[in-house]
Design a protein. Structure first.
Length: 394
């Protein structure tokens, strides 16, 4: 029988694995799948971008259900579904020849992703852990950077070595083997009152009142703008920078983006306990907009990699800070369900990013206009987050 502290440590490791798979295969992997499917020539950029948008929109009900489930139940079932759905999507996508199959594969990704990403991870930690929440969340979400740095180049290598179909099946098998055993061992345990607290008895009306409050809506709006811009770029990253370099070099650009996020994520976790979270979120959105500005005018390899590095430094902050803001402003008791409702805005916005960039790419033949739109959306997030600042308690 594990003692509570040892169990908490192993839960953080499991959440790290969840992040590695969710971000490596889905969040960063969408760019790889977009480029791979365009190379095969079965679908256009607009068609694939539309499927990716539907993927994120399908995450809206999934995110809400994850939050509601974690309010009362251990996280085992959502983790099992998440990794199984992503594995099935990996099995279906390479052989897709019709839009129906394409959409089914991306919907599987979309419903599985919230179970293993910020919703599932932050909710799982909130379910079991009370102390050092921000620092432990930053450690767990570092798996996102490892996923982007390692999984995407690995998928490129597997595609070139054994083909997209066989390579995707290998990744699916590895994902199931990595996550199902620790989930079955660690995530069935009901929480104790000494963890994140007993399940709250708040009424549905009090939750509804919080969700429709101005503060909650503004946090969700700002976070949705930031994630829209981030996802819009990341979905098209490989073909965007691949206009000037080859696919392997572009994949390393994704790796650079994810690797620089490691340092940024740890710095965010450290700063989150010391300065106002809304101000920190505004700074993160401004930095990421600056990285896009570099990429908008870059054609040389070193400038493309520099833009990816600046952009990537705050990838983790853009994802992590909305969760911390919701928990900081509204408390931990109802956090999982409230963050589930935040996901309505996050995934709605994230779905529009790839569509807008894809449509402008089809119209203009380049990504300059798309990047300009994403920068503008980021600046809206900067202004909104800045207006949400409040003095931190002593």
């Amino acid at each position: 029988m594990l003692n509570p502290e040892r169990h908490a440590q192993l839960v953080v490791v499991t959440c790290f694995t969840m992040a590695t798979l969710a971000w490596g295969i889905v969040f960063y992997g969408f760019s790889f799948f977009l480029e791979s499917l365009l190379t095969v020539g079965r679908f256009t950029t607009a068609e694939i971008s539309g499927a990716i948008a539907v993927s994120f929109w399908s995450g809206i009900p999934a995110g809400v259900l994850v939050g509601r489930w974690l309010r009362h139940h251990p996280p085992l079932m959502i983790v099992v579904y998440g990794v199984s759905a992503i594995a099935l999507g990996l099995y279906l996508l390479p052989g897709a020849t019709t839009l129906v199959t394409l959409y089914i594969a991306f919907i599987l990704f979309g419903t599985g992703y919230p179970c293993l990403s910020t919703s599932g991870i932050s909710g799982t930690l909130n379910y079991y852990i009370k102390e050092r929440y921000a620092s432990r969340l930053s450690v767990a979400l570092t798996g996102a950077s490892i996923g982007g740095a390692c999984v995407v180049p690995a998928m490129v290598w597997l595609r070139e070595s054994v083909g997209l179909q066989s390579g995707s099946q290998i990744v699916a098998g590895i994902a199931l083997a990595m996550l199902l055993p620790p989930a079955l061992l660690l995530l069935r345990k009901p929480r104790t009152d000494s963890a994140a607290g007993a399940p709250p008895s708040a009424s549905s009306s009090s939750i509804r009142g919080t969700v429709w409050s101005i503060k909650f809506c503004l946090i969700t709006f700002a976070a949705a703008c930031a994630l829209t811009a981030q996802v819009g770029f990341l979905t098209h990253q490989i073909p965007l920078i691949g206009m000037y370099i080859n696919t392997e070099q572009a994949a390393w650009g994704v790796s650079i983006t994810a690797t620089t996020a490691i340092a940024g994520r740890f710095l965010t976790g450290w700063l989150a306990e010391r300065i106002d979270l809304a101000a920190l979120a505004a700074l993160a959105a401004l930095i990421q907009a600056s990285g896009m500005g570099i990429l908008a005018g870059a054609t040389q390899l070193w400038l493309l990699y520099l833009g990816c590095a600046v952009f990537g430094f705050v990838v983790g902050a853009i994802v992590m800070l909305p969760a911390l803001l919701i928990r900081d402003r509204f408390g931990s008791a109802l956090y999982s369900e409230l963050y589930g409702y935040t996901n309505i805005g996050l995934y709605a916005g994230a779905g529009f990013g790839p569509i807008v960039v894809g449509a402008l790419r089809e119209a203009d033949g380049n990504y300059v206009s798309g990047l300009a739109v994403l920068i503008a959306v980021h600046l809206i997030a900067v202004v909104t987050f800045w207006g949400l600042r409040q003095p931190r308690a002593a």
